[in-house]
Design a protein around this ligand. Structure first.
Ligand SMILES: [Cu+2]
Length: 159
């Protein structure tokens, strides 16, 4: 039991470590060099990206001309319904960290902008590296260690 716990903790530590540096947040500036404006085609822009948990979505824009409103549902996104906003950003330089998988819907709240295409659907996938269990340093023939705290027993048992 204790051994299992140690193994689990070790696995989590290893996963965290690899997760940290492997996936160390890509920062995606929405619209790339055009930023958050009426110019880019954001459907195309998102199609060229692979968003994942840990990434940061950066909206850069003239705060006098635009803002960023996050809505919850696809329907609100499609209909440019900004009245169901779950968050509003208006600094002109807004970073949004992606902490879960799934869709995040953003639009500009200025009149007509969303309808003109100023909206973006960020769909984050879980691309974390789970093939981290390559720590097969010891053969699986090792018998149970009475001490139960030996590091070398902490690898995931082979099938
Ligand atoms: Cu706008």
């Amino acid at each position: 039991m204790e051994k299992k716990m140690v193994a689990m903790v070790m696995f989590m530590v290893v996963s965290l470590f690899l997760g940290c540096c492997d996936a160390a947040g890509t920062v995606y500036k929405v619209g790339d060099e055009d930023g958050w404006s009426l110019k880019p085609n954001y459907t195309y822009w998102t199609s060229t990206k692979n968003f994942k948990v840990g990434d940061t979505i950066l909206f850069q824009y003239d705060a006098k001309l635009h803002n960023v409103i996050e809505v919850k549902s696809l329907a609100d996104y499609r209909n440019c319904n900004k009245f169901s906003a779950i968050a509003t950003y208006n600094s002109g330089n807004d970073s949004i960290l992606i902490i879960t998988t799934g869709h995040r819907f953003f639009m500009c709240g200025f009149p007509g902008h969303c309808a003109a295409g100023m909206k973006v659907d960020i769909n984050a996938l879980n691309l974390a590296n789970t093939s981290a269990s390559s720590t097969t340093a010891m053969p699986p023939t090792s018998s149970p260690n009475p001490s139960g705290i030996a590091i070398q027993d902490s690898h995931v048992p082979a099938p």
